[in-house]
Write a protein that binds this ligand. Structure first.
Ligand SMILES: *[C@@H]1O[C@H](CO)[C@@H](O)[C@H](O)[C@H]1NC(C)=O
Ligand SMILES: *[C@@H]1O[C@H](CO)[C@@H](O)[C@H](O)[C@H]1NC(C)=O
Ligand SMILES: *[C@@H]1O[C@H](CO)[C@@H](O)[C@H](O)[C@H]1NC(C)=O
Ligand SMILES: *[C@@H]1O[C@H](CO)[C@@H](O)[C@H](O)[C@H]1NC(C)=O
Ligand SMILES: *[C@@H]1O[C@H](CO)[C@@H](O)[C@H](O)[C@H]1NC(C)=O
Ligand SMILES: *[C@@H]1O[C@H](CO)[C@@H](O)[C@H](O)[C@H]1NC(C)=O
Ligand SMILES: *[C@@H]1O[C@H](CO)[C@@H](O)[C@H](O)[C@H]1NC(C)=O
Length: 416
């Protein structure tokens, strides 16, 4: 603490350093057993890193909903870089985070229920004489100072963000909604869409071999790291760099709810962020963003629409996709296909419907009469669930039109 106090005395020129000093003089960067912070005292951080870059404590993420998180101290609206309880937010009254005398960090909700502890996930943090500290790297660490060993660290349990020097390994995953980044079974680092109906890999882009994508699957170490210069390097030969490569900039790599993964640089005077790299160059390359039976296209910015004869399932949320205007009977219950003369297949040009290449092949070979409506509706595996992407290389799939109810002249052009 002595160094900090001197630093404060020497740097009382700007408002920001004054603020940092105000925090630093009240906030600790290391705590021993028996420390706690209640959510009512959330204006005060639980811990601040020695150089003041990171803070940890309670963050408000909704009406009366709080998380226990780590964030960049100067970052505008305090976006979390790590969160203990993303799926179990706690109440704004009566909740409390504690570092117990036996070295366990635990978060309790208003009614005393423990919603998160460092013992979760099979990690046996515990023992007397342990301390919890927030490192200058943003790592929240429980350590045994007598043996200088790390008992638990937040860097092993990332949420959606990777910080410089944090190792991304075979056991870690970044997750945002239906999207995640992890090392696949073949040692390649990939982005995965894990939707309600369909799972699909979308980065590296489908259609490229591992080598065309500039990767290898021979190195089984499965380690990736973002360094302090802004280079994200993986042992599968992925190497990308920020547009503003330099040592002095604070950065983060984050997977976001639109399925893209981006690197950002912090402007320490404004607390704002600038994007300096992204995995996907076009937003439609993330699968599932327009939901099932939705089409993603650029006109020129991103626009979602429905397949012919479909309507939005929920007018406020494209991720819920589109539903058919007419049901064709419950094929999954084994109902017989309606007679072929009652249906027409409509070709949607210049559109790729991910995951349905078999249906595409079947349709391209067979005549309308030879393909059953149920075959189109539910096999293989089901035309629901994937997002089609407009202006792709392939021309695609079947959308069904009930000819009995729609007069022939209203059927979109292009039916085979
Ligand atoms: C963060 O601040 C920016 C600029 O003030 C604002 O546009 C944005 O909506 C804020 N984000 C959140 C989550 O409050
Ligand atoms: C405590 O409150 C949470 C919601 O905040 C609730 O889900 C949980 O069931 C409650 N537990 C008890 C024991 O009342
Ligand atoms: C804490 O940060 C320093 C650099 O600031 C680093 O050398 C050290 O390994 C970090 N320790 C942990 C446990 O993250
Ligand atoms: C993977 O690559 C790294 C860096 O080149 C190397 O240090 C490591 O030994 C390699 N691991 C394997 C299993 O080949
Ligand atoms: C930070 O933002 C301010 C105000 O927009 C700008 O003048 C300054 O150049 C930025 N600094 C960096 C390093 O980008
Ligand atoms: C079709 O049948 C399955 C199995 O019984 C059921 O889960 C599903 O909800 C039904 N779908 C419709 C549209 O009725
Ligand atoms: C998509 O294809 C249509 C028809 O060929 C064309 O008019 C449009 O400009 C294309 N859009 C993009 C973004 O390539």
């Amino acid at each position: 603490m002595a160094g900090l106090v001197n630093g404060c005395l020497a740097a009382q020129l700007s408002v920001v350093s004054l603020l940092l000093c105000a925090f630093a003089s009240t906030a600790q960067h290391t705590l021993g057993g028996g420390s706690s912070l209640s959510v009512e005292d959330r204006a005060r951080p639980f811990l601040v890193s020695p150089d003041g870059t990171f803070s940890c404590g309670f963050l408000q993420v909704g009406d009366d909903a709080f998380s226990f998180s780590v964030w960049f101290t100067v970052s505008r609206n305090s976006t979390a870089v790590w969160t203990a309880n993303r799926d179990f937010l706690v109440n704004g009254r009566g909740s409390r985070v504690s570092f117990t005398r036996d070295g366990e960090l635990a978060l309790a909700d208003a009614n005393g229920t423990t919603v998160w502890t460092t013992r979760m996930g099979g990690v046996s943090a515990g023992g007397t004489g342990l301390t919890v500290s927030l490192n200058d790297t943003g790592n929240l660490v429980i350590a045994d100072l007598s043996t200088s060993s790390t008992v638990w660290q937040s860097f092993d349990w990332p949420t959606d963000t990777l910080l410089p020097s944090q190792r991304f390994t075979k056991d870690t995953k970044l997750v945002a909604g239906y999207y995640s980044l992890n090392f696949d079974n073949d040692n390649v680092l990939r982005l995965l869409y894990y939707g309600p109906d369909v799972t699909s890999l979308y980065w590296p882009l489908p259609g490229l071999t591992i080598y065309q994508a500039g990767r290898t699957n021979y190195n089984s170490s499965r380690i990736a790291v973002l360094d302090n210069h802004g280079v994200f390097l993986s042992f599968n030969q992925l190497q990308v760099q920020a547009t503003d490569m330099s040592l002095s900039i604070k950065r983060q790599l984050t997977i976001e709810h639109d399925g893209n993964m981006r690197m950002y640089s912090l402007n320490e005077s404004t607390g704002g962020w600038t994007e300096t790299w992204s995995a996907l160059k076009q937003p439609c390359q993330a699968h599932g963003i327009c939901g099932r039976n939705g089409i993603c296209e650029y006109q020129p910015s991103l626009r979602c629409s429905c397949l012919p004869w479909h309507e939005m399932t929920d007018r406020r949320d494209w991720r819920k996709g589109c539903r058919p205007l007419l049901a064709i009977g419950n094929c999954s219950q084994g109902a017989a296909s309606p007679p072929p003369e009652q249906f027409k297949f409509v070709k949607v040009p210049q559109t790729d419907f991910y995951g349905f290449d078999v249906a595409y092949n079947d349709l391209s070979r067979s005549s309308n009469a030879g393909t059953s409506a149920c075959g189109c509706a539910s096999a293989p595996p089901s035309p629901t669930g994937s997002t089609a992407m407009a202006n792709a290389t392939r021309k695609v799939f079947c959308s069904m039109v009930h000819v009995v109810e729609f007069p022939q002249e209203h059927i979109p052009q292009g039916a085979p």
